[in-house]
Design a protein around this ligand. Sequence first.
Ligand code: ADP
Ligand code: MG
Length: 420
Amino acid sequence: MNFEEIGVMPPIVKALREMGITAPTEIQAKAIPIIKQGKDLIGMSKTGSGKTAAFGIPLVEMISPGRGIQVVVLAPTRELVHQISQELQKYSKYLTCNIATVYGGVSMNPQIQEMAHAEIIIATPGRLLDHLQRRTVSLSTISHFVLDEADKMVEMGFIEDVERILSATSEERQIILFGATLSKEIEHIQQRYMHEPVTVEAELQVKEDLLEQYYYNVDQREKFSLLVHLLKKEKRDLTIIFCSKRSTVEMLTKNLRLNGVKAEMIHGKMTQNRRLHVIDQFHKGKTSVLVASSVAARGLDVKDVSHVFNYDLAQDPQEYVHRIGRTARAGESGKAITLLSHQDHDAFRQILSRYRLTVQELPKENYSLLRFVTRFENQQHRRDGGFHRGNRFQREEPRNERRFPPRRRNFSRSLTRESS
Ligand code: ADP
Ligand code: MG
């Protein structure tokens, strides 16, 4: 099947072809005709299955240029808003279509200007609600409303904001909701706001036969060494390493760099500009290793990710699937490697029951030479003027022994010297 057959306009087909997209994915083939008919739609498919184009293509077709805001797309994170906006810009290369990108953490005025000339607004719920409350935008005339990653928005507690925004739109608008799973909150939206929605579903696009999933049983203290060993041994393209906590993201990145792995990190507490910059560098292949917290990387689409490491275990199977969905996209193969230590076993059983993971023998080579510098050691190190060989993995220094406040500059200098 091709895009013409599902009624996509020639200028868009041309733009898609230039992006290397020639045939619709399952969710696109199912959703595009229904959206074009103006029906409300609930689309369920896994990460990486092409949901952005499933709503993006019909919407850029349906708007009338110069007639004010007609479409609102809500997405849970700034990065997603940015990414969706870029995608839609590409589909509409040969059409006239003005897109306003609206999210928090940056000033409001440029967004007001952008919205004044836009047909489509792509926004995070919080910031759009801000604009609505200040009356810097009106949504009373919009005709299409999209909730992307609706399940994630529920999870992140945005559902009330979403409802407030929905209430500011006309009853007549078409509502399109996309996600990976249904929940009772989504059913509530469906019952309260949608008109006889059509539900379409598609299979997991991340093909299990293209994705190798395995895990290592490894002592917590050897985890880092094993990771570095694998990073150096595996033939990799871009690699994402997931951690569940921001502090682990930071520590791990620091330690990877100390061990000669060029790594960048992304987590929720970084500034917007910094996050976009890091993702951009990763996209371009300038950084090959990205250490990420799950939330920060949710839904992001980066091509050529060959490896996903779970340095910390995903909290549940859903999270696991979102993480591994970063690799083996669009027909490429990939590996998802989980480093499992004793404390993870309970949570892991659930994941193991649903997905095909095989256990891998630990490498025979001696890889356990690396040091993982903890906060404790940073301080100890400064005090001793060199590495303290004992207490390798002690994490916390007792409060009353803390003699020096941490000083970054010295810390990184002395570490560089030590590692070289
Ligand atoms: P989802 O939102 O379902 O997680 P995305 O919309 O982010 O998925 O798309 C994942 C990737 O697949 C993107 O790089 C996108 O350009 C690509 N893609 C989308 N549609 C197609 C298609 N029909 N053929 C090939 N690649 C596609
Ligand atoms: Mg998406």
